[in-house]
Design a binder for this molecule. Structure first.
Ligand code: SF4
Length: 882
């Protein structure tokens, strides 16, 4: 057994993970009790990491034009095509689109290669979609891209405001830390500002369901209120800040009345929140994608920060604005200048001094002077023919960028597309001329930086399979083959030292991002590096921790700055509904990793659209029917989820599904390519769309041992089950031969035996394929969404003998006295909603903790505790009503 301390590759919490590799090669994971981000906790995604290590869909060797190639052939071709594009069309004719999943060392090399040696700033990253507005807001207010607070601040605050953050699902371990603090100190008040009633809102003391896009008005009204009620820290403002009067004038112009009108909240609700904020000095405001992913995202960030500057609540224990990033290494990408408008080490492309220092350090003479193309503009330029060669690393823009169908067109239009990834099974890789097999999590070495500026090591504990290689090796080889010096040493330790030295040269006297104290780490010390927060100065001063608590910034004159938000322009296309997109609890990005595990897919197995009951009624949309969500850019077909958790006029669709798992589930194909004018961050929330009932005439569900056929289906959603697959499907056709359709899905010829039951009264059909006494597949087809216990049906796959409940299976439920857990709520222990409801009804579990003790649900990672509480409350209410 070998034990490796590493870091989770998913969200920006950056949890420490202990990976244990047994002699037979099997791997298990657990939270690292010594890691200061999680102290041993992991969420459902982190807990399931070992289940995602299979090689079934891995890219194992380079591919050129669909044919297997050697590394030399592939890398020589990539270098030659990039070199010739630069020679013929100039440096700005090539581009890199990289990822917050990259390790810092790899990110550093990508940025160095493009900006330092190719001579273009056309390198952007999917971090643009995540936190570019936070970066821009920080720089406007602080002069640097600095998160002033720490995770501990959430635990010791008296008030935590979560705005635009579904922390319970998107950063579950930090949410669990917050909830544990609240359990110890119930007086800690949690306020959630979100148009949607999320799991985070369920667990809060106060939920302010504001109208989408009214964030600036809410926080401007708060600033005016702080001034009016004498809550402004006048001494702090006078001594340490600029711009207060202008920001206040803009805030007063909005005032309480403007905030009420914009947010749709009552005056009482808003005043209650404002008073709470004003009187609570230990306040942390956490903001995330609901703030950043908007056409006025940067203004929203500054509207939040303004309230903290006005009260001096910055970088103090339990008092700070706090941006939490979505990705595992979005922060590391910011450190190396992975965005098209940044230089390395927090430098600025338009700063002569920064450029001179970086040029001298890299030994180059032609650093670009102007920013490169940001993500949306980059793919527009590609569609226009301005980009001749593109390298995509560790990301899937064909699904994740707005106007995703336009992005596919751009990839098709680009003469030379290289994709380096762990799998070829992505919607982006389908358009690659060259595929380069990359090492995955657990197979590569480097560092990542989490949302509280903590640098942690990701360590390898597996050999890369086949010919897969680390991203840093791939980038160094491309640099070398293009004839550039500076790429001879690609070991992560050496690259980290180079990065640390540059951060010191650039920032020792100018900024807080200084890793000078790590610049001389030996290889062994780098291998053993403990999680550490920057800055890490060479002289040992100011080690990590909170920043700017003394009111000093790195702006000229050392003052912090208020920013008066500009009025956001309504620029979205027309459509009846506001479209909100976002994450769900157990999936990550475009699901290339998390969809490999049945227990994560068991939570939510198909894409959905949350719609308010009043809107659903007006459109003839019933629960579980299928709907189209469309805009001039594209259309998705998803399952309707009718809920008053969204406001009337709003819908929510998750961001994760792709063409791999659905017929038409790529929601970013519906989103308009609008961006914040300052940060360039796309407005992935707050666009407009229309919703209509999808005219399916045939609905069905199948469980199959072998991957089911999906051809000809107008809707499908495929998910793995423990012993096979489950498939939701629908078709738009007048008449259908149900048996022929079932055989097609199951891959059976007309002569193979198939048990068939038809119900003429309902027009429904059920089929079961049994081979050698074991269930190989079952299909339910009907004119309405079929009522089948999905969990029970999937459990029956592969079952034979007396355990095969064929009669119950064909009826779609196990029958009296047989367990039917229902849809998974707790992924860690596979506990379903019906099991929890039954325990509540039986009176054995009347609290979340009791459910944990009796059923184990919610007792491991805790991600599902808000859902358990909702089920508990609903079931208790039903019992009382009865
Ligand atoms: S909260 Fe979950 S997904 Fe995020 S880093 Fe921790 S274990 Fe990974």
């Amino acid at each position: 057994m070998t034990v490796t301390r590493t870091t989770c590759p998913y969200c920006g919490v950056g949890c420490g993970v202990i990976a244990r590799t047994a002699a037979d090669g099997s791997v298990s994971v657990a939270g690292d009790p010594a890691h200061p981000a999680n102290f041993g906790r992991l969420c459902a995604k982190g807990s399931a990491l070992a289940e995602t290590l299979g090689l079934d869909d891995r890219l194992l060797h380079p591919v050129i034009a669909g044919q297997r190639a050697t590394w030399d052939e592939a890398l020589d071709l990539v270098a030659e095509r990039f070199r010739s594009a630069v020679a013929e069309h100039g440096p700005d004719s090539v581009a890199f689109y990289v990822s917050g999943q990259l390790l810092t060392e790899d990110y550093y090399l990508a940025n160095k290669l493009m900006k330092g040696f190719i001579g273009s700033a056309n390198i952007d990253t999917n971090s643009r979609l995540c936190m570019a507005s936070a970066v821009a807001g920080h720089k406007r207010a602080f002069g640097t891209d600095t998160v002033p607070g720490t995770y501990e601040d959430l635990e010791i605050a008296d008030l935590v405001v979560l705005t635009g953050s579904n922390l319970a699902w998107c950063h579950p371990v930090l949410h669990q830390r917050l909830m544990a603090a609240k359990a110890e100190r119930p007086e800690l008040t949690i306020v959630v500002v979100d148009p949607r009633r999320t799991a985070t809102a369920d667990a809060a003391d106060l939920h302010l369901a504001i109208q989408p896009g009214s964030d600036v008005a809410l926080f401007s009204g708060l600033l005016a209120h702080l001034d009016r009620t004498g809550a402004v820290d006048r001494a702090f403002v006078a001594e340490h800040t600029d711009g207060f009067e202008d920001a206040l004038a803009a805030a007063r112009a909005i005032g309480l009345a403007g905030a009420v009108a914009a947010t749709g909240l009552t005056e009482r609700e808003i005043s209650g929140f404002y008073d709470l904020f004003a009187r609570t000095s230990r306040t942390v405001t956490v903001f995330s994608q609901g703030i950043n992913q908007a056409a006025d995202g940067t203004d929203r960030v500054n509207a939040v920060i303004n309230c903290h500057l006005a009260t001096g609540r910055i970088g103090r224990p339990g008092a700070s604005p706090f941006s939490i990033t979505g990705q595992p290494n979005a922060m590391g990408g910011r450190e190396v200048g992975g965005l098209a408008n940044q230089l390395a080490a927090h430098g600025a492309l338009d700063d002569e001094e920064d450029r001179a220092r970086v040029q001298a350090f890299w030994g180059v003479s032609h650093l670009p002077k102007k920013p490169g193309l940001k993500a949306v503009d980059l793919f527009t330029a590609m569609r226009d023919g301005r980009i001749k060669a593109l390298l995509v690393m560790a990301t899937n823009p064909a699904d994740s960028l707005p106007d995703a169908d336009g992005v596919v067109e751009a990839l098709k239009a680009c003469p030379f597309v290289v994709v380096a990834d762990v799998t070829a099974e992505t919607d982006t890789a389908a358009h690659a001329d060259v595929l380069l097999p990359a090492a995955a999590w657990g197979e590569k070495n480097g560092t990542v930086t989490n949302s509280e500026r903590r640098i942690s090591r990701q360590r390898a504990f597996l050999e890369p399979p086949g010919e897969a290689r680390p991203d840093g090796w791939i980038l160094s080889e491309i640099g070398r083959r293009m004839g550039y010096p500076g790429f001879d040493e690609s070991s992560p330790a050496a690259v980290f030292r180079e990065h640390a030295v540059l951060s010191h040269r650039l920032n020792a006297d100018r900024r807080d991002f200084d890793l000078g104290g790590l610049a001389t780490l030996s290889d062994a010390a780098y291998d053993g590096l403990e999680p550490v927060q920057w800055p890490v100065r060479a002289d040992g001063s100011a080690p990590g921790g909170r920043l700017m608590g003394d009111g000093r910034s790195y702006r000229a004159g050392g003052r912090l700055r208020f920013v008066a938000p500009a009025t956001a322009q309504a620029r979205t296309p027309s459509g009846r509904f506001v479209l909100n997109t976002g994450r769900i609890r157990d999936q990550w990005h475009t699901m290339t990793r998390t969809s490999k595990t049945p227990r994560l897919m068991g939570h939510i197995a198909e894409p959905f659209c949350q719609i308010h009951p009043a809107d659903a009624l007006s459109l003839g949309i019933e629960p579980a029917c299928l709907v189209t969500v469309s805009s001039p850019y594209g259309t998705v077909v998803v399952r309707a989820q009718v809920t008053d958790g969204v406001l009337p006029g709003n819908v929510f669709v998750p961001m994760h599904w792709t063409d791999r798992l659905t017929a038409r589930g790529r929601v970013d194909s519906v989103v308009a390519p609008l961006v914040d004018p300052i940060s360039g961050q796309p407005a992935l929330k707050g666009g407009r769309c229309d919703v209509a009932r999808f005219p399916a005439t045939v609905f069905g569900f199948a469980v199959t041992i072998h991957k089911p056929a999906r051809e000809g289906l107008d809707y499908f959603a495929l998910a793995p089950a423990k012993k096979g697959f489950r498939l939701e499907f629908a078709a738009v056709s007048g008449a259908v031969d149900a048996e022929a359709l079932a055989r097609r899905i199951l891959g059976m010829s007309s002569s193979e035996p198939l048990i068939a039951v038809a119900d003429a009264s309902t027009g429904s059909h059920r089929f079961a394929a049994v081979s050698h006494g074991r269930l190989m597949g079952a299909v339910w087809i009907g004119p309405e969404p079929v009522a089948v216990s999905r969990a029970f049906a999937a459990e029956q796959l592969g079952v034979g003998g007396p355990d095969l409940l064929l009669a119950g299976l064909l009826a779609g439920r196990p029958g009296a006295g047989r367990a039917d857990g229902g849809a998974v709520v707790c992924s860690c222990f596979d506990v379903g909603v019906k099991t929890i409801e039954e325990a509540v009804r039986a009176g054995t579990c009347l609290s979340v903790d009791e459910i944990g003790r009796h059923l184990k649900a919610g007792s491991n990672c805790g991600s599902c505790r808000p859902e358990i509480k909702r089920i508990l409350d609903t079931t208790k209410n039903c019992l009382q009503t009865v």
